[in-house]
Design a protein around this ligand. Structure first.
Ligand SMILES: [Zn+2]
Length: 293
C-alpha cells in the first residue's frame, strides 16, 4: 500500500513539475511566461530599474540558479559584467554556456553599431555591437520563436502547447507592431540624442535620427569637452529631445536641456523600468510615445 502511495506521489509530482527557468532581464521573463504559461516558473535575475550592464549579483540568485532547468540570456555581452561569477558559483552544468538548458537569444538578431576599432580597452561596453535590441518590437517575435523551440526541446511532451502559445503571442505582437508603425509615423525624420545607445534599433526602424550621445562611448562617463560639442551639434541641428534612461545620472541631460531648450524624455529600456511600462505591450507603447513626444 505504502509503495503504491509513493509511486502515485512520484507520478503526480512528475506530471505537475514545472520547468524552472531563469531569465536575465524582465522582457525575457515576460516572453517566457507568455510561451510557457502555467508549465513554467520564471525567475528574473536583473532589476529593470538598474543598469543592465552592471547588475550587483545578489547571493540569493546563486541558490536559484542551482535549481534552474533553463537559463535565457540577452547575450551580445550585455551580461558579461555580472552573470559569469554567478554561474560559476551556482555550478549547474545544465545552464552553463553549451549546456542543454542554456539559451542566448542574440543569435536571432543581427547586431548593429559594431565598433570600427576594438575599443573595449577604452571601456566601450558594446564590443560586439549594440546589445539593446529588445527596445525594438521587430526583434521580439523571433526571440519568442526561439524560446518556444527551446522549451519544446527540453519538454517535448508539451510541444503543442508551447507552439500554440507562441502563435497567439506572435499575433498579438504583430497587431501591436501595426499600431506602433502609425504612432512612429509622427516622428519620422525627427532628430534626438540619447544618454546611452539604448534605442538605436527602434530609431533606425522608424527613421528617427540619433545625432549623438551624452556618453562619448558606450559605458564612458561624459566629459565637459564632449558635452559642449554635443550642445553645439544640437543647436546647429535644432535637436529638441534628449532620451534619458532611469539608471544614469540626470545632471548632464538637465545641463544640456538648459543650454539648448531641449526636453528630457525618460524612456524605459526594459519592461518594469518605468512605472506604467509593466508588460510588453505597455512597454513598447511607452517607448514609442516617449521617443516621439
Ligand atoms: Zn549598453
Amino acid at each position: 500500500m505504502k509503495k503504491i502511495l509513493l509511486i502515485t506521489l512520484l507520478l503526480t509530482t512528475a506530471i505537475f513539475a514545472k520547468l524552472n527557468i531563469a531569465t536575465t532581464y524582465n522582457y525575457l521573463g515576460e516572453v517566457t511566461k507568455a510561451i510557457g504559461g502555467n508549465l513554467v516558473k520564471v525567475d528574473v535575475l536583473a532589476n529593470p530599474k538598474l543598469d543592465p550592464h552592471f547588475i550587483t549579483p545578489k547571493p540569493s540568485l546563486i541558490g536559484k540558479l542551482r535549481r534552474e532547468d533553463i537559463l535565457i540570456i540577452n547575450g551580445g555581452q550585455l551580461e558579461i559584467g555580472w552573470l559569469p561569477p554567478l554561474l560559476k558559483s551556482a555550478n549547474n552544468g545544465k545552464i552553463n554556456s553549451g549546456g542543454s538548458g542554456f539559451l542566448d537569444v542574440s543569435g536571432v538578431v543581427t547586431l548593429i553599431d559594431k565598433p570600427k576599432n576594438v575599443s573595449r580597452a577604452y571601456g566601450d561596453v558594446h564590443p560586439d555591437g549594440n546589445p539593446h535590441f529588445a527596445t525594438d518590437i521587430h526583434n521580439i517575435i523571433p526571440i519568442a520563436k526561439l524560446i518556444s523551440m527551446k522549451l519544446s526541446i527540453i519538454d517535448p511532451s508539451h510541444k503543442s502547447t508551447y507552439e500554440a502559445n507562441y502563435k497567439s503571442f506572435a499575433t498579438k505582437m504583430e497587431d501591436l507592431t501595426k499600431k506602433l508603425k502609425t504612432q512612429y509615423q509622427s516622428c519620422k525624420g525627427k532628430k534626438v540624442v540619447q544618454y546611452h545607445e539604448l534605442f538605436n534599433y527602434a530609431l533606425n526602424a522608424y527613421g528617427v535620427e540619433d545625432i549623438g550621445n551624452i556618453e562619448p562611448l558606450p559605458g564612458i562617463t561624459p566629459s565637459s569637452k564632449h558635452t559642449l560639442e554635443l550642445i553645439n551639434s544640437m543647436r546647429e541641428q535644432n535637436v529638441k529631445t534628449i532620451l534619458q534612461d532611469v539608471y544614469h545620472e540626470k545632471k548632464t541631460a538637465k545641463f544640456i536641456a538648459d543650454k539648448t531648450g531641449a526636453k528630457v524624455s525618460i524612456v524605459p529600456q526594459d519592461v518594469g523600468a518605468v512605472d506604467g511600462a509593466d508588460d510588453l505591450e505597455s512597454f513598447y507603447k511607452m517607448v514609442a510615445q516617449r521617443i516621439c513626444q
